[in-house]
Design a protein around this ligand. Structure first.
Ligand code: RNT
Ligand code: ZN
Length: 420
C-alpha cells in the first residue's frame, strides 16, 4: 500500500490545485453500481439447452476461445471471479434464457419465477442485486426475423406472453432483493431489404408493448426499459424498434430508454443524447459497448466515446437515475479478462469524469474563455488518474491495474483451462 499511498497523495495535490476534491470523487464513485451483463461469460448461450449457441436474431458472437461457461455453476464461479477483480459493489444483468430449467424443455412463454430461484438465492448470499432482460432471440419463433412486431398474431402472442412473464419474474427479483429490477426489452425485428409497410410493423410493436406493460408493478420492484437499434445482421434496411420509435414510446409510456453505444450511426454521440433525453425521461439505462465497423459489441476500453459518456453521466447531476449497464461479448479472448477490462474501463472513465475540474470548466465557459475551457479539458487528460485509481482499488480490496494479467491468467490456469 505504501507506494500506492504516496503516489495517491501526490496526485491528490495535483488535482487539488485545480479545485478538485479527490476524496469526494472516490466516495461518489463507490455509490455507482455497474449492471454487469452475464452473457460475456458464455457467448450469450444461456441454459435452455446444453451447449446452446446463439442463433439468429441480429446478434453475432465470433470466436471460440476455450473456457466458456457451460453451466450455471460455471457461470456463477466466473462471475464471482470477475466481481473479485472490481472495486465497489455491482449488479448483475441476467437474460431470461439463463433460467434453471432442471433439464426440462421450458419454452419462453412458460418461464416462471421458480426458474430463477437459484439466481435469487445466490444473489442474496453474495449481496448482489439483479436486473433482467427478456430474451426475444435464439428461438424458432424468432427465426422469421420478427417477434413482437410480427404480422402473425400467433407469433406476437407467444412473445407478448414471454414479456409478461419476464416482468413477473423481474418483479419477484426486485421484491426479494429489495432493489428495483430493471427489465430491458430488445427485439431483433427488422428486414434485410426495404419493407413496403414500415408503419405496420411499428404499429404492431407499439400494441404488443402496451399489452406487455399493461399490468402495473410497484416501481420499487420493477422498472421497464426499451432498447433501440440502428441495424443488425439481416436487418440492414429496417429495424422496427428504431431510436425514434422507442424515444416516443419511452416518453409517452414513462418507460426508461436504453441507449446502447453500439446502436447508432458511428458519427452520432450517445454522450450528447443523454442530456436531451433526461429532460423528457425520468431515468435511462445505458448499454455501454464499443462498436467496431459492423459489430456493436466489442469489449469496452478507455476510448474517447467512453470518456465523453462518463463526463455526461457525471455532469447530468442525475447519477441515481442513470443506470450504467454493460453490453459486449468477445469469444476470442479470455472471457474473464474481457469482462474485467470492460468493467474496469467503465469505472475508470467515471472516475476520470468525477476528477474533472468542473467548477473551473464551467467558469471558463461562462466567461466565454473557450481557450481556457479547451486547455482545462486537455490538462485533465494528463493528470495522474492511474495513481488515484490504484489507490481506490487497493482501498476496496481489488487488484491494482498491473496485477490484472496475473490474476486473470491464474484463473485461466486453475479453472478455465480445465473446461475441455
Ligand atoms: C442487441 C442488444 C441487446 C443484446 C443483449 C444480449 O443488439 O444490444 O442488448 O446485446 O440483450
Ligand atoms: Zn444492448
Amino acid at each position: 500500500m505504501s507506494i500506492t499511498k504516496t503516489l495517491f497523495e501526490a496526485a491528490k495535490e495535483q488535482y487539488g490545485a485545480l479545485g478538485v476534491d479527490v476524496e469526494k470523487a472516490l466516495a461518489t464513485l463507490a455509490t455507482i453500481p455497474l449492471s454487469i451483463h452475464c452473457w460475456q461469460g458464455d457467448d450469450v448461450g444461456g441454459f435452455e439447452r446444453a451447449g446452446a449457441k446463439l442463433e439468429g436474431g441480429g446478434i453475432e458472437v465470433t470466436g471460440n476461445y476455450p473456457g466458456r461457461a457451460r453451466s450455471v455453476e460455471e457461470l456463477r464461479a466466473d462471475l464471482e471471479a470477475m466481481y473479485a477483480l472490481l472495486p465497489g459493489a455491482h449488479r448483475l444483468a441476467l437474460h431470461m434464457s439463463y433460467g434453471e430449467f432442471g433439464g426440462k424443455p421450458v419454452d419462453r412463454d412458460q418461464v416462471e419465477p421458480s426458474h430463477y430461484r437459484g439466481w435469487i438465492d445466490w444473489a442474496k448470499a453474495k449481496g448482489l442485486k439483479l436486473d433482467m432482460n427478456s430474451t426475444f432471440f435464439s428461438h424458432p419463433k424468432a427465426s422469421s426475423g420478427f417477434t413482437l412486431s410480427s404480422k402473425d398474431k400467433g407469433v406476437r402472442d407467444f412473445w407478448i406472453e414471454h414479456g409478461k412473464r419476464t416482468r413477473e419474474v423481474s418483479s419477484v427479483i426486485g421484491k426479494e432483493l429489495g432493489s428495483p429490477c430493471i427489465h430491458n426489452v430488445w427485439i431483433p425485428d427488422g428486414m434485410k431489404d426495404y419493407p413496403a409497410d414500415r408503419i405496420g410493423y411499428r404499429r404492431n410493436l407499439e400494441h404488443s408493448l402496451d399489452e406487455i406493460f399493461e399490468k402495473e408493478y410497484p416501481l420499487s420492484q420493477l422498472k421497464d426499459a426499451v432498447e433501440s437499434k440502428l441495424f443488425g445482421l439481416g436487418s440492414e434496411a429496417y429495424v422496427v424498434g428504431s431510436h425514434e420509435f422507442y424515444l416516443g414510446y419511452a416518453i409517452t409510456r414513462r418507460k426508461l430508454l436504453t441507449l446502447d453505444m453500439g446502436h447508432f450511426h458511428p458519427t452520432e454521440s450517445v454522450a450528447d443524447k443523454l442530456s436531451a433525453i433526461l429532460l423528457y425521461c425520468d431515468e435511462a439505462l445505458l448499454h455501454v459497448s464499443r462498436p467496431m465497423r459492423w459489430d456493436s459489441d466489442h469489449v469496452v476500453t478507455s476510448s474517447d466515446e467512453l470518456r465523453l459518456l462518463a463526463e455526461e453521466i457525471v455532469a447530468s447531476g442525475r447519477l441515481p437515475q442513470i443506470h450504467v449497464g454493460l453490453d459486449f461479448f468477445d469469444a476470442t479472448i479470455n472471457r474473464l479478462g474481457a469482462w474485467t477490462i470492460g468493467a474496469r474501463s467503465m469505472l475508470k472513465g467515471l472516475l476520470a469524469a468525477l476528477l474533472q475540474p468542473r467548477e473551473r470548466l464551467l467558469a471558463a465557459e461562462e466567461e466565454g474563455d473557450w481557450f481556457a475551457r479547451l486547455q482545462l479539458f486537455e490538462q485533465s487528460k494528463s493528470l495522474p488518474l492511474g495513481a488515484v485509481w490504484d489507490y481506490y482499488c487497493a482501498a476496496h480490496d481489488a487488484p491494482l491495474e498491473r496485477e490484472i494479467i496475473d490474476r486473470v491468467h491464474g484463473y485461466e490456469r486453475s479453472v478455465l483451462s480445465k473446461r475441455r
